[in-house]
Design a binder for this molecule. Structure first.
Ligand code: 4AD
Ligand code: MG
Length: 440
């Protein structure tokens, strides 16, 4: 015997006038004399279920009266179109069965402090804002992968337990690995996805990545999800062209398919609608000039000497000059990762770019052309204080049929924050891991 309902809220319109069963949870309930209104949430949507005392048994009416917030239930009734109902349909209930009671649900429909909500994240994900946010997240992930698949990319999974660092040695999570010494949780899949690129031409990896960053900003997680395409024979210019198409395709799909969720989130979609190629490009040097010229406009965006990295206020100031995401390219090589190809005209800068989202959301993508010359890569590994012996497999990629190639990584949570207009990254992932949070 199945417990599954015969319909879902999202597709209820196909059942107008029919009798169906629905299963879900009580989002809200109000009683008006002989009428009980239940907002039933089934994960796909919310529908108003109406019980009229005259139409149901006394026991059924009593069961409905006793329902509390988030109790689970199954209902049977007929689907009625009602222009006033949110979603356009109501259910006229004939039968109601309690599945699991929910006494004293901790998250009442009143304001709770953020600490309380974070402690109850496992329940908080049921509430409408969080639900909408995480649905957009799922759409972003699906859109990103499906777009790459449609462009001939092959998904190439990379390990999480690794022997080496790829993005600096100061933020590694280490764990003992049997008799082989230390293993580190991957900061990126990039080095491995470069091996895949040599096998398949166009590849991407997608998975959780880890940074033991002792930062408490609203943009940092210690565990975040990243999608990292890598393309053989692609130059820095090709890389930027791919990124703007990729980001625009994701945003346009979210606009098309998740309009309801963006509305629940109160997102101003006009900014998203403008997110079409070409995205503006500005060099690191030009960005420094801009910051100097606009001193005092954004708090904390003080002028910087050449060679310093931008902080969040600087990124905000740069992005605020444009109506869509902007590439900042050619950063000083010394503040970027060891694998980045130097600009042949100016070796002190790298053929790299960060993509900054509008409205102060900051960097959502980091990418570059990679060093393909074996001798240069070897020098860089040593200069960065890394142990050359650990990178022999990576060096092999430059010894056997090396080609110029480029790639990038988009942080899913950063992209979701921007697309949904969410200020703090802790809401862009079901269970955020941060400096002071590992529960629940
Ligand atoms: O700029 P990052 O460090 O670049 C890399 O890891 C490259 N290996 C990617 C590549 O070229 N294949 O990180 C890329 C993106 C950032 O732009 C940001 O969106 C996200 O990953 N990110 C974080 N998101 C949340 N919390 C953190 N601590 C993050 N660090 C990076
Ligand atoms: Mg970066």
């Amino acid at each position: 015997m199945s417990m599954l309902p015969t319909a879902s809220v999202a597709t209820i319109g196909a059942h107008e006038g029919e009798q169906v069963s629905l299963a879900g949870w009580v989002y809200n309930k109000t009683e008006k004399g002989k009428l009980i209104f239940i907002q039933l949430r089934d994960g796909s949507g919310t529908i108003q279920c109406v019980l009229f005392k005259k139409n149901v048994s006394e026991a059924t009416f009593a069961r409905a009266q006793a329902l509390t917030q988030e109790a689970s239930l199954r209902v049977t009734g007929s689907v009625r179109a009602d222009a006033r109902a949110p979603g356009g349909f109501e259910l006229d209930v004939q039968e109601l069965e309690l599945v699991g009671p929910s006494p004293d649900y901790p998250i009442a429909p009143k304001e709770h402090g953020i600490e309380f909500l974070m402690e109850h994240r496992h329940l908080w994900v049921r509430s409408s804002r969080q639900h909408a946010l995480l649905r957009v997240r799922a759409e972003v992930i699906a859109a990103a992968q499906e777009w790459l698949n449609s462009q001939g990319f092959v998904r190439f999974d990379t390990p999480i337990l690794t022997a080496t660092a790829a993005e600096g040695t100061t933020n590694l999570f280490a764990t003992d690995y049997f008799d082989l010494g230390k293993a580190y949780l991957a900061q990126t899949g990039q080095l491995y996805v470069e091996a895949g690129m040599m096998a398949f031409g166009k590849v991407y990896c997608f998975g959780p990545t880890f940074r033991a960053e002792k930062s408490k900003t609203r943009r940092h997680l210690t565990e975040f999800w990243m999608i990292e395409p890598e393309v053989a024979f692609a130059t820095h210019a090709d890389n930027l062209a791919l990124q703007e198409q990729f980001v625009s395709a994701i945003v346009q799909r979210v606009l098309e398919r998740r309009a309801d969720d963006l509305q629940i989130l109160g997102r101003d979609t006009t900014v998203l609608e403008r997110c079409v190629p070409p995205f503006p490009r500005i060099s690191y040097d030009e960005a420094l000039e801009l910051i100097a010229a606009q001193q005092g406009v954004v708090e904390g965006a003080e002028p910087l000497p050449w060679g310093e990295d931008f902080g969040a206020p600087h990124e905000h100031l740069i992005a605020s000059q444009y109506d869509r995401p902007v590439f900042v390219e050619r950063y000083p090589a010394a503040i970027k990762a060891f694998y980045m190809e130097p600009d042949p005209q100016r070796p002190e800068v790298a053929l790299c770019a960060d993509l900054l989202a509008p409205e102060g959301y900051g960097e959502i993508i980091g990418g570059s052309q990679r060093i393909h010359d074996a001798a240069l890569l070897e020098r860089r590994i040593v200069e960065y204080g890394l142990n050359l012996a650990d990178y022999q497999w990576y060096m092999d990629l430059r010894r056997y049929g090396s080609v110029p190639h480029s790639g990038f990584g988009m942080g899913i949570e950063r992209a979701v924050c921007w697309i949904t207009g969410t200020r703090h990254i802790r809401e862009a992932i079901p269970f955020p891991r941060m400096l002071y949070r590992i529960y629940p």
